[in-house]
Design a binder for this molecule. Structure first.
Ligand code: GA4
Length: 311
């Protein structure tokens, strides 16, 4: 069977497991249809997020700095990465005290949406485990369902580009610079504005056609480690498209901070050696804190570090 450039996985078909494994090995990225997330939950959150981002900056800043959770504008992460993006970084463990600045309706919409995408993320991770013929089918999903799971949720808003002429002249303005996601799995949904690009194995960038009714899945660095490099975490970026504002909502499914990450022994056939040293998710997060978006941080945890790489 010929593979479309972006693999499409139909969650209602049991045979999708094998296609999913293939997509994770070849690209670390795929689109999901028949996902079962009610469109009503998606639209409600989209409308609440649009209301928030249309507020004056002084009101948005009342949400506090995004460290760990709050509103961020242009500056991404801790090391001066810049993008034409504003965002809300939020906890997925919503209780009556969390994010009170967002108001009751927004928090209700968040809760409904996060519950659904977490369920879908776990279903996908279980299909992957089946596809990899791992006996314990919750081997990945249990890291997300754990009470201590360190998952986060992000709403990114890319406003129309102020310098649209530059884009017409072929120059691109970065919305979110190239990076891989560090967690296990990311479940992404956006409105119908383009901008997302993924990098293929040979380093070429391809644009992902937007589809507001489907979800996109990224393999994260931690899943690359657990599968001993069999699944690839996908390098991606967002380029500002100029005219249409882009709104994306991403659930980053991460393990508990104390979780030790190392390749699963059941996935190492015969003489195959572990490509990674064991490390905790906390240690990996700490290493991210002092790095820039495009740094290849996972290399620090490889069992053999290429000599050409300077730390
Ligand atoms: C990318 C994925 C998530 O958005 C995020 C980002 C995080 C941040 O914004 O604080 C990071 C980035 C992300 C990876 C490298 C480090 C950390 C910014 C950055 C420069 C919340 C995450 O977990 O990792």
């Amino acid at each position: 069977m010929k593979f479309p450039i972006i693999p499409v996985i139909d969650l209602s078909k049991p045979e999708s497991k094998q296609l999913m494994v293939k997509a994770c090995e070849e690209l670390g990225f795929f689109k999901v249809i028949n996902h079962g997330v009610p469109m009503e939950f998606i639209s409600k959150l989209e409308s609440e997020a649009n209301n928030f981002f249309s507020l004056p900056v002084s009101d948005k800043e009342k949400a506090g700095q995004p460290s760990p959770f709050g509103y961020g504008n242009k500056s991404i992460g801790h090391c001066g990465d810049f993008g034409l993006v504003e965002y809300l970084l939020l906890t997925t463990k919503l209780d009556s005290n969390s994010h009170s600045f967002l108001g009751q309706t927004f928090r209700g919409a968040l809760n409904d949406y996060i519950t659904e995408v977490k369920r879908m993320g776990c279903e996908i991770l279980e299909m992957m485990a089946d596809g990899l013929k791992i006996e314990q089918r919750n081997v990945f999903s249990k890291l997300l369902t754990d009470e201590q799971s360190d998952s986060v949720f992000r709403l990114n808003h890319y406003p129309p580009c102020p310098d649209h002429d530059k884009i017409k002249n072929g120059e691109h303005l970065i919305g979110f610079g190239e990076h891989t996601d560090p967690q296990i799995i990311s479940v992404l949904r956006s409105n119908n504005a383009s901008g997302l690009q993924i990098s293929l194995k040979d380093g070429t960038w391809i644009s992902v056609p937007p589809d507001h009714t489907s979800f996109f899945i990224n393999v994260g660095d931690s899943l690359q480690v657990l599968t001993n490099g069999r699944f690839k975490s996908v390098k991606h970026r967002v380029l500002s498209n100029g005219l249409n504002p882009r709104l994306s909502m991403i659930y980053f499914g991460g393990p508990p901070l104390s979780e030790k990450l190392a390749p699963l022994t059941s996935l190492m056939e015969g003489e195959q050696k572990s490509l990674y040293k064991e490390f905790t998710w906390f240690e990996y997060k700490k290493s991210l804190f002092n790095s820039r978006l495009a740094d290849h941080r996972l290399i620090l945890f490889q069992t053999s570090i290429p000599t050409a790489f300077s730390i």
